[in-house]
Write a protein that binds this ligand. Sequence first.
Ligand SMILES: *Cc1c(COP(=O)(O)O)cnc(C)c1O
Length: 219
Amino acid sequence: MALTEIQDEIAKAEAAAGRPAGAVTLIAVSKVQPNDRVAHILDQGHRVFGENRVQEAAGKWPDFRQRFDGIDLHLIGPVQTNKARQAFELFQAIHSLDRPKLAATFARLAQEIGHCPDLFIQINTGEEPQKAGVLPGEADAFIKECLNMDLPVRGLMCIPPVSEEASLHFALLAKIAARNGLTGLSMGMSSDFTRAIALGATHVRVGSAIFGARETVAQ
Ligand SMILES: *Cc1c(COP(=O)(O)O)cnc(C)c1O
């Protein structure tokens, strides 16, 4: 689909849910996409992008930043503690805060550097053993712990299990956020972003629907 079609779908889903136009931020997920496809989206004026690996982002976004102003880069994949500093330098938002040790590292870096990217705490709503994220039963305590460290937690993020109805997971994420006073909801991908918007998504992470199928597998 073209970028404009995705934007139209988002606008329709916002209106259908009785939400204001512009309530949802579209994160164009550019991981493993060829640079010419990414440049094509930048040429159309889009500025918000998502990458799931720090290393890959470090290899391509400094060049794009020389050519285009106002790029807003979101890290949507796992962060190793030893890549946290690099992640702080590259990204305006990190959607994958998922453990106390990483929270402590972020807090220390924020002190040292004097700023911190916007943070989303990843919740493993499907309680899948292979997936990152805080378990739903541990979410309230972890959110409090992060807020007590003065981390700029903007909301929660989830990646629903592939084989389950995503809406159930979106609703659970929204419920956990609401009871903790958080307003940001990073949920919804190519196949389900309109359903996520119906359930309150503020950030949708859309890759293949914008760029076409990824030619390499990214985890
Ligand atoms: C790759 C990825 C996406 C985008 O997936 P599509 O199905 O291509 O839209 C969204 N979120 C995360 C965390 C991803 O890794």
